[in-house]
Design a protein around this ligand. Structure first.
Ligand SMILES: [Fe+2]
Length: 204
């Protein structure tokens, strides 16, 4: 496996280990970190341009991971699950994710999936839900997050956001991009999200 994938996993784990929250500590403890590698071809996306700003915005504990992603963006396999018919073509220029481990990332894990999500400024990632429980940790602040019956609330970098199974959630970026770490567990790890009122499906 390439040095870069190993470094990616190391930065990812090191960042997670800076958190004291029981939810994060429990998740980190349950991950079997000695995962088999899965060689992947790199795949770029338009949203990768936001990584430079994200690396500037990231607080000290998130900076090594954010800088690594910015520096090695072209060597990694970035993905999208939505298409232009879901949220429009503009959304696709500002959205993408990188699975670090799971059923399709550079490390194989059938129990838990984790990676990073990028959203560019000024977009809405509409309500969606999925069976898997999800933990999000934004590496950049200023994005509004919504879940369940609550309204949108600005979340700062390093806040731990928990989406229980099948709870609707959404994000709305303001003038800065969002870079966020996600962990999926307890459900089908590559399941497409369900978007209320539509047949559109995606990831995250
Ligand atoms: Fe989600």
């Amino acid at each position: 496996m390439s040095t870069n994938s190993n470094e990616l996993l190391e930065h990812f784990r090191t960042y997670l280990e800076t958190f004291e929250e029981a939810l994060v500590r429990g998740a980190v403890a349950r991950i079997g970190w000695d995962m088999p590698a899965r060689p992947l071809e790199p795949h770029g996306l338009p949203c990768l341009g936001y990584l430079d700003r994200a690396a500037e915005l990231a607080p000290p504990n998130a900076r090594p991971l954010a800088r690594f992603l910015a520096a090695h963006r072209n060597e990694l396999r970035w993905g999208q699950t939505y298409n232009a018919a879901d949220f429009g073509a503009e959304f696709l220029t500002r959205y993408g994710w990188l699975e670090v481990f799971g059923t399709r990332g550079p490390f194989v894990n059938d129990e838990v999936a984790a990676g990073l999500l990028i959203l560019g400024p000024g977009i809405v990632y509409p309500d969606h839900h999925h069976i898997a429980e999800e933990i999000y940790i934004p590496l950049t602040g200023g994005t509004e997050w919504h879940k369940g019956d609550s309204g949108f609330h600005v979340r700062e970098a390093g806040e731990v956001i928990h989406h229980a199974s099948n709870v609707n959630h959404a994000m709305r970026t303001a003038k800065e991009p969002l870079l966020a770490l996600y962990i999926w567990r307890g459900g089908p790890l590559a399941q497409k999200s369900t978007i209320p009122g539509t047949v559109a499906q995606g990831r995250g």
